[in-house]
Design a protein around this ligand. Structure first.
Ligand code: BTN
Length: 350
């Protein structure tokens, strides 16, 4: 999307028509530049009504991200975060990793209105479209090495759940290690990428994608069950149906900042009980899949202090501790395969 398109969208209203002439005058461009911007917006999935002699009106108000609005909502936390919002980028995580190498400070936040090459866990693509959600990365620096940050992804997921619940997504739950789900449909995902030595220090790029209002076409093109904040809130009688992207972003950052600070000092242990209480797969039979071993079934029983998931299979407790593993909920156990190649038994466990 072109920079002019975003500016024009910000200027348009969902209540009244604004004439092309007035827009052209305001932005000091030609009428045809405004007309091209409207075509560009429509191609990006924005619904714009156009009437001869009256101009343009949005089907729904567009709320672009605004650093000052977010900083105001962050209050005392604002000085701890360095927020930048860009119109369009390939992947906020890739860009943040570059910035980490260039000594960007801990607490740097990069959000994009449009992300054209969003990446997910396990080599997947993160699909989003203009104004359909939040796509951002947060850089956090730790003195420890990556092997000591085992619970980080779980703590990040928990912080997102806290914020989403407070914003009215009352049924937000976690799916190990850090998917956010509502009724087992994916609402948000987290991709954490680390740079640094095994013994530390580590720069963790924490990439978060949150679905706020997915267009129907995008929803149906995603190869798993997905949901969005707007639908989840509509289910909740006490909440208003519209979601402010700036308010939600500020709420997420307001939970992430203190959770990461506490995790840095105390590790995962103080979060463990709350995390378990939010785990959608607790006690469920799941199919455990990894890229290098056959899928097996096991029952989710617990989570360890290092963030590993503890599952039980044939009476044995087993630790799942690699980000390359994915879990799928099963209604009942059927398959019976050896698990030794993808999981390691807990020492001394029965
Ligand atoms: C997943 O569930 O697989 C993780 C999805 C993470 C997506 C976010 S969007 C912002 C950041 N930039 C990326 O390229 N990916 C993450």
């Amino acid at each position: 999307m072109r920079p002019l398109t975003l500016k024009v969208l910000q200027q348009l209203s969902a209540e009244k028509f604004t004439s092309g002439t007035a827009l052209a005058k305001h932005f000091e461009v030609s009428r045809s530049a405004i007309s091209d911007a409207m075509k560009d917006a429509t191609a990006a999935g924005v619904e714009v009504f156009s009437l001869t002699r009256r101009g343009y009106r949005l089907a729904q108000a567009v709320e672009l991200l605004n650093v000052e609005a977010i900083r105001t909502k962050l209050g005392q936390l604002a000085p701890h975060l360095h927020i930048e919002i860009v119109d369009s980028i390939g992947s906020t995580n890739s860009e943040m990793q570059k910035r980490a190498e260039e000594n960007a400070p801990s607490g740097s936040v990069l959000a994009a209105e449009i992300q054209t090459a969003g990446r997910g866990r396990r080599g997947r693509v993160w699909q989003s479209s203009f104004h359909s959600g939040l796509t951002f990365s947060l850089l956090w620096r730790f003195d420890k090495g990556a092997p000591q940050l085992g619970g980080l992804s779980l703590v990040v997921g928990l912080a997102l759940v806290r914020a989403l619940r407070a914003q009215g997504v009352v049924h937000a739950m976690l799916k190990w290690p850090n998917d956010i789900v509502v009724h087992h449909q994916k609402l948000a995902g987290v991709l954490i990428e680390t740079q640094g030595d095994m013994l530390g220090p580590t720069a963790a790029t924490i990439g978060c994608g949150v679905n706020i209002k997915l267009p129907a076409a995008l929803k149906s093109s995603i190869d798993q069950a997905v949901t969005d904040v707007t639908d989840c809130i509509a289910d909740n009688a006490n909440a208003t149906a519209t979601v402010s992207r700036n308010a939600l972003f500020a709420a997420l950052l307001s939970e992430l900042e203190p959770a990461l600070t506490k995790f840095n000092q105390e590790g995962f242990t103080p979060f463990r009980d709350e995390w378990l209480g939010c785990h959608a797969l607790q006690g469920e039979v799941v199919a455990v899949t990894s890229s290098h071993a056959p899928t097996v079934e096991a029952t989710v029983v617990d989570v360890a202090d290092d963030g590993s998931l503890i599952v039980e299979r044939a009476g044995k407790k087993i630790l799942l501790n690699t980000a390359e593993i994915s879990l799928r909920r099963r209604m009942k156990a059927t398959a019976r395969h050896a698990v030794s190649s993808i999981v390691k038994p807990i020492k001394g466990a029965k």
